[in-house]
Ligand binder design. Structure first.
Ligand SMILES: NC(=O)c1ccc[n+]([C@@H]2O[C@H](COP(=O)([O-])OP(=O)(O)OC[C@H]3O[C@@H](n4cnc5c(N)ncnc54)[C@H](OP(=O)(O)O)[C@@H]3O)[C@@H](O)[C@H]2O)c1
Length: 250
């Protein structure tokens, strides 16, 4: 299948479309409810990918908090509609006690996140540099991988790249139980073993085979325009890309 970066950015699901879409109202697939180890995730960004992740994480028995660009009251409704069971919270409260923080804001808005709150946190960077949306960002333009830049900005956080190469609209629909012949694989890249392990577990629990793709410096493999971006791959196919296409290990 050809890489299709544009398909990751199809229009946002509206409240009315979610209300009429039966796939959004069904009980969670049983494979998402089996493993119930308590973990708390704070997601920054109640947009397309933030709410899609919130939904599958709730189904996978995570305690999910969602942070908006303003006060929690401003996203209460969208969170309750798009990810029932997740809770809208203000940033400081959401990160307190969170095992994992997900940054699902547009890259050009990253400076609006209070970096000090993320010190010592495991931070999942789902963000892509996408010039039509982000404009020209000198710090990110032309880099092989954006996550090392994010990691430098978030000094003290343990940044892991994941979930950036799947379209928000595929997150719930492509989720499958372990061993299912159609189970899709997603890549995870990072430098800190414990942080990577938490995110590999998260990918697995929400219904995908999790494949370690190397360090943050190597995460260019996951970037927009790269060979795995927006492409449905199983574990063997993704592992082949990691072996053949990833930049040299450092
Ligand atoms: N769409 C996809 O399929 C997809 C897939 C993988 C990765 N990504 C990447 O994920 C990121 C988000 O994409 P998206 O499509 O979800 O964007 P989106 O639909 O525009 O949502 C972004 C959300 O972030 C919020 N936000 C902005 N600054 C914030 C802050 N400081 N704290 C908390 N929330 C904040 C925005 O709130 P306001 O509206 O109030 O400003 C908005 O609700 C992008 O970097 C994108 O490249 C997207």
């Amino acid at each position: 299948m050809a890489t299709n970066a544009q398909s990751l950015y199809s229009p946002v699901r509206t409240e009315s479309s979610s209300a009429s879409d039966p796939s959004l109202q069904a009980d969670p697939p049983s494979h998402l409810t089996n493993e119930a180890e308590a973990r708390t995730v704070a997601i920054f960004g109640a947009g397309r990918v933030g709410t899609a992740l919130a939904r599958v994480l709730v189904d996978a028995k995570y305690d999910v908090r969602v942070v908006g660009s303003g006060p929690a009251s401003g996203i209460d409704l969208i969170v309750s509609v798009m990810a029932p069971g997740a809770v809208a919270m203000d940033a400081a409260a959401a990160v307190t006690g969170a095992d994992i923080v997900v940054l699902a804001v547009p890259l050009h808005r990253i400076d609006s996140v209070e970096f000090a709150l993320l010190q010592d946190k495991v931070v999942v960077d789902v963000m892509n540099y996408w010039e039509p949306i982000d404009g020209s960002l000198p710090d990110f333009a032309g880099v092989q991988a954006t996550s090392p830049v994010v990691s430098d900005l978030l000094a003290g956080a343990r940044v892991v790249k994941a979930f950036n190469h799947i379209g928000y609209h595929d997150i719930a629909t492509d989720s499958r139980e372990t061993g299912h012949p159609e189970r899709r694989a997603l890549a995870v890249a990072g430098d800190h073993d414990e942080a990577v392990a938490l995110v590999l577990e998260m990918v697995h629990r929400v219904g995908f085979d999790a494949v370690y793709a190397g360090s943050l410096a190597q995460s260019g493999l996951l970037e927009a325009g790269g060979p795995i971006f927006g492409v449905r791959l199983d574990r063997a196919e993704l592992e082949r890309h990691v072996t053949q296409d990833a930049p040299a290990r450092r």
